[in-house]
Design a protein around this ligand. Structure first.
Ligand SMILES: CC(C)(COP(=O)(O)OP(=O)(O)OC[C@H]1O[C@@H](n2cnc3c(N)ncnc32)[C@H](O)[C@@H]1OP(=O)(O)O)[C@@H](O)C(=O)NCCC(=O)NCCS
Length: 398
């Protein structure tokens, strides 16, 4: 018999689980006030616990939707709060909790799950693959000169936190949910997000961009005057037009008493350096993994997205944890069907997640041994089918 058992947590057990999660990250238990805020980010009936006999492990999720290539939305579980008590690690507790989560997701019709990983070695074995990356970018404000063709932008209004918080959901829905890989932000997300922003700074502000047609961009920023050089940090930045991108940049460059502008979690390929007369004004500091994606229901996920125009390919998918996904899928411009014919290539479900949003190209995945059996022509066809016009990006940290 196993030395622990897994079951859903009752609402009254959430705080103990939250403290356990903090302890697993070497953070002391939270105060009553911190818990009051954190409780807002806990969705009911979405936490599991491992008991042996006291609580020794926990994992939770909240319900959202994922924007997939072509514009459809699919049910998404955003997985977070994973921790195992010191002394109980490496005994399979996490594996058992993930199995319980995946069984629950399958039962509830969740098509995909996503998480952010503290360490890269953990989640591939459970079928999660890195589907999007993000970048941190640093701009030297004193050297920054905008090129003459950069649009003038519209009006920018600055809101303090109290005024901004009630407007964030609408601002994000209008300007942030645009690229493949984006996720909806339900009320439980916003509950947690406010405390996350408060932890970053006592005085975070929100700059909203208005064009004649309406609001088309916003960013969240704060200035750290204790740092040398003085940094303005931008943890969130969304826009839907070149005018808003330029207008918000003009605003950022106008903020006084700032030496550097530090942007977090930007999409790959965002042309920040191209705004400036000297492109070296903007430096990519780090590129890091963003979305770890798990296709829970492969047939539904493949059917939900659109494909480019190329001869169909037959993929043979292997899924050790959810064998219902195992099988061959014929993918073409017209859609997807299960098939019994010989496969053109084989891949595991974590690699399929890496292809799915369009960031990874098939050729490097084959070079790394993650796709097998395909010749160059097949890889080129697969690239055309799965490629997307814009780099996928989530832009939501949770
Ligand atoms: C990460 C954590 C949840 C893993 O829990 P666990 O119960 O020890 O995991 P399991 O025993 O089920 O391990 C499953 C497999 O993952 C491997 N693994 C687990 N954590 C790992 C890590 N940090 N680095 C590398 N491999 C890891 C195990 O070796 C094991 O591999 P095996 O099946 O080949 O033997 C736990 O170590 C923890 O709480 N860490 C600190 C908090 C944290 O990082 N949380 C994750 C937030 S995203």
């Amino acid at each position: 018999m196993s030395e622990y058992r897994i079951r859903p947590l009752e609402t009254g057990e959430h705080r103990e689980a939250w403290d356990l999660f903090r302890a697993s990250l070497h953070v002391s238990p939270g105060s009553d006030e911190e818990w009051d805020r954190a409780a807002l980010s806990h969705q009911q009936r979405r936490s599991v616990g491992a008991f042996g006999p006291g609580l020794i492990g926990t994992a939770r999720s909240f319900d959202a939707e994922l924007l997939v290539p072509g514009g459809a939305k699919v049910p998404l579980a955003a997985v977070t709060g994973i921790g195992v008590r010191a002394g109980w690690t490496r005994r399979g507790v996490l594996t058992s909790m993930i199995e319980a989560q995946l069984a629950d997701f399958t039962e509830r019709g969740i098509v995909a799950a996503t998480l952010r990983a503290t360490e890269g070695a953990i989640y591939g074995r459970y079928g999660y693959g890195i589907a999007t990356h993000a970048q941190n970018v640093l701009v030297d404000r004193h050297r920054a000169r905008l090129r003459p063709e950069v649009p003038p932008g519209g009006q920018v209004h600055v809101l303090d936190l109290g005024d901004a918080v009630p407007q964030w959901p609408e601002l994000y829905a209008a300007t942030g949910f645009t690229r493949p890989g984006a996720m909806t932000r339900p009320p439980v997300f916003w509950g947690g997000h406010e405390s996350q922003v408060r932890r970053l700074s006592p005085f975070p502000r929100t700059a909203v961009h208005h064009s004649p047609a309406g609001v088309d961009g916003y960013l969240v920023y704060y200035v750290d005057r204790e740092s040398t050089p003085v940094k303005l940090h931008v943890p969130g930045f969304h826009y839907t037009s070149p005018e808003a991108f330029a207008g918000l940049w003009r605003f950022l460059l106008s903020v006084d008493l700032v030496d550097e502008i530090a942007l977090m979690y930007r999409p790959l390929g965002e042309p920040t350096s191209l705004l400036f007369t000297n492109p070296h004004t903007a430096k990519i500091e780090t590129t890091h993994d963003e979305t770890w994606l798990r296709l829970v229901d492969v047939p539904a996920a493949l059917a939900a997205r659109t494909y480019g125009v190329a001869e169909p390919v037959v993929l043979e998918v292997h899924d050790r944890m959810l064998p219902a996904n195992d099988g061959r899928y014929r993918i073409g411009p017209g859609g997807v069907e299960r098939t019994g014919v010989t496969a053109d290539l084989e891949l595991d479900v974590d690699t399929l997640a890496m292809l799915y949003l369009g960031e990874w190209r098939p050729a490097p995945l084959a070079l790394a041994g993650r796709i097998t059996g395909a010749d160059e022509k097949t890889l080129a066809r697969t690239e055309t089918l799965f490629g997307t016009e814009r780099n996928p990006w989530c832009g939501t940290d949770f």
